[in-house]
Design a protein around this ligand. Structure first.
Ligand code: GTP
Ligand code: MG
Length: 463
C-alpha cells in the first residue's frame, strides 16, 4: 500500500463540501497536517489544538477585517479520518456569502484550495480507500438512479475490492512458488500444487467472466439508456412516446408531420434511467421546417442505444414498407414495432406478424400498463441484457476497470492453456503474473514490487 509523501501531508487543502446556493448550512472542509492549528489561529472559542478527535466546538471566526461568521468546527485527528490526515469541518451559515468568507480566510492563512477530487486522492494515497472505491465515490455523486447509487455504495463498502484482492492474493502465493521452482529448474522440483493452481485459475475465470458480463448493466446504470423512436409520419411515434411516459408529453394528430422538434423525456425502469426521444417522421418534404426536423431525427438516431422503428401495420403493404435506410451507428439495437394492431383483423394479424419484432397498438397501450411493462421489459432485455443481477457489489461500472478485467481474463485463459499443454514454467509464471497485475490495477495495488517483497520476506533462500 502506498503512503502519503511528505509534500502532500504538509499541504493543508480547503474546499467547500456543500454546493453553492441558498441553504441553512454550508460546510467548508480542510485536510492536512496543519488543518487544526490553521483553523485555531482564527477561531475565538476553545483552543482547538487541545481538543480531542471527533469533537465539535462552537465559536466565532475572525480575520484581519473582523468577524467572519459564527461556526461549529468538528475535529477529526489522523489517522481515523476520511483522508487519513487531520480534518476540520467548519459548519457556517448557509448561502455563498458566509462560506466564501470562511474559504477566503482559510486561504489567507495558508491553506491551498483543493483540486477536484483531491480529498479522495489523499484518501487513496493514505491507504484509506483503494482505486475502485475512489471511483465509486465519483459514481455515487453522479448516480442517476437509486439502484445506481446502491451499486456505487456497495463498491464503496469494499466487498468488490476484497473479492478481487483475495483472488489476487491466492494467485500471488502460487506465483511465488512457481517462481521458486524456476530458480531450482535444474533440480526439477515442483513446489506449486498444480491442482490448486488449476482451481484458482478456474475460480478467477468464472468471477472475471461474470464481472465483464455485468459491465453493460453497469454502464446502463451509470449513464442511462437512450431509446429513439423513428418511423414515417403518422406511424404513431408520439402516441407511443406518451404511452411509455404515462402522460401526454407530445402532440398527437392525424396530420402527418406533426412532430418537428425532437421531444425527450425520462422514465426510470428497474433502477435504470431511460431517455425516450420522439422524432420527426421520415419523409421527403419541401417544407423547410419539417425538413430540418427530419435531418435532426437522423442525427438523434446516431446517439441511440436502441431504435424503435415504428411502422403503421394497418397500412401494411408487403414488400414496400420494409426497406429501412438508417444512419444509426452499427451497434445500436433495433426493434421493429408494428403499430395500430387494433385496426387489424385476426386474419391480418397472422399475415403481418412475421414482419415485426413486436406488434402493438400505441393507442391502446396508453390505457394498458401491463402492456407498457412488457414492452419495457423487452427494451431492457435488448439494451442491457440480464438486469437481474443479484450480486450488486460485483457490477462493473468503470471503463478503466473493465479494460483491466478483460486483460486479466485473457491472461487467465493463456495461463490455463499453458497448464493444459504443460508449457514451460516461464510462460505460466508470466501469464499468472499478468493476471495478478491486471487485477491489482483495478484496485490500485502495486504489483511488481509486491512479488519481490513476498519472495524475500517469506523465504530466506540466501542467494
Ligand atoms: N387506430 C390507431 N391509431 C393510432 C394508433 N397510434 C397512433 N394512432 C393515430 O395515428 C395518428 C398519428 O399519431 P402520432 O402519434 O401523431 O404519429 P407520429 O408518428 O408522431 O406522426 P408525426 O409526428 O407526424 O411524424 C393519430 O391520429 C393517432 O391517434 C394506434 O395504435 N391505433
Ligand atoms: Mg409525432
Amino acid at each position: 500500500m502506498m503512503t502519503a509523501t511528505g509534500d502532500i501531508a504538509s499541504d493543508t487543502i480547503v474546499a467547500r463540501a456543500t454546493p453553492r446556493g441558498a441553504s441553512a448550512l454550508s460546510i467548508v472542509r480542510l485536510s492536512g497536517a496543519n488543518a487544526i492549528p490553521l483553523v485555531d489561529s482564527v477561531f475565538n472559542g476553545k483552543a482547538l489544538s487541545e481538543q480531542a478527535s471527533h469533537t465539535a466546538h462552537v465559536g466565532f471566526l475572525s480575520g484581519d477585517a473582523g468577524l467572519v461568521d459564527q461556526v461549529v468546527c468538528t475535529l477529526f485527528r489522523a489517522p481515523n479520518t476520511v483522508t487519513g490526515e487531520d480534518v476540520v469541518e467548519i459548519s457556517c451559515h448557509g448561502g455563498d456569502v458566509a462560506s466564501d468568507a470562511v474559504l477566503r480566510l482559510m486561504i489567507a492563512r495558508g491553506a491551498l484550495h483543493a483540486a477536484p477530487g483531491e480529498f479522495t486522492q489523499r484518501a487513496f494515497l493514505n491507504g484509506k480507500i483503494d482505486l475502485a472505491q475512489a471511483e465509486s465515490i465519483a459514481e455515487l455523486i453522479h448516480a442517476q438512479s437509486e439502484r445506481a447509487s446502491r451499486v456505487s455504495l456497495s463498491h464503496l463498502k469494499g466487498r468488490y475490492s476484497e473479492e478481487l484482492s483475495s483472488i489476487r492474493q491466492d494467485l500471488l502465493d502460487l506465483l511465488t512458488l512457481i517462481e521458486l521452482e524456476l530458480d531450482f529448474s535444474e533440480e526439477d522440483v515442483a513446489f506449486a500444487d498444480r491442482k490448486r493452481l488449476q482451481d484458482l485459475l478456474d475460480g478467477a475465470h468464472s468471477k472475471l467472466v461474470s464481472m465483464t458480463g455485468s459491465f453493460r448493466f453497469g454502464t446502463a446504470l451509470a449513464q442511462g439508456i437512450r431509446v429513439v423512436i423513428v418511423g414515417k409520419p403518422n406511424a404513431g411515434k408520439s402516441t407511443l412516446l406518451n404511452a411509455l411516459l404515462g402522460y401526454d408529453r407530445a402532440i398527437v394528430s392525424e396530420i402527418p408531420g406533426t412532430t418537428r422538434d425532437e421531444i425527450e423525456s425520462h422514465v426510470e425502469y428497474d433502477g435504470v434511467r431511460y431517455t425516450f426521444v420522439d422524432t420527426a417522421g421520415r419523409r421527403e418534404t419541401d417544407n423547410v421546417v419539417e425538413a430540418e426536423g427530419v435531418r435532426r431525427s437522423h442525427a438523434a438516431e446516431a446517439s441511440a442505444d436502441l431504435l424503435l422503428e415504428l411502422i403503421d401495420a394497418s397500412s401494411f403493404d408487403a414488400g414496400a414498407t420494409h426497406g429501412t435506410n438508417s444512419s444509426a451507428k452499427e451497434s445500436a439495437n433495433r426493434l421493429r414495432v408494428g403499430n395500430k394492431s387494433d385496426q387489424l383483423s385476426s386474419q391480418d394479424i397472422d399475415v403481418v406478424l412475421p414482419f415485426y419484432d413486436v406488434l402493438l397498438s400505441a393507442k391502446q397501450l396508453e390505457k394498458d400498463t401491463e402492456a407498457v411493462e412488457s414492452l419495457m421489459r423487452r427494451i431492457a432485455k435488448l439494451t442491457i441484457g440480464d438486469t437481474d443481477i443479484a450480486e450488486e457489489h460485483q457490477v462493473v461500472t468503470s471503463m478503466r476497470q473493465q479494460s483491466h478485467i478483460l486483460a486479466a481474463l485473457k491472461a487467465v485463459e493463456r495461463a490455463r492453456m499453458a497448464m493444459a499443454t504443460s508449457l514451460s514454467g516461464d510462460m505460466l509464471s508470466s501469464d499468472v503474473r499478468l493476471v495478478v497485475e491486471e487485477i491489482g490495477a483495478i484496485t490500485g495495488e502495486v504489483t511488481n514490487e509486491d512479488i519481490l517483497d513476498q519472495i524475500f520476506s517469506r523465504f530466506c533462500i540466501g542467494k
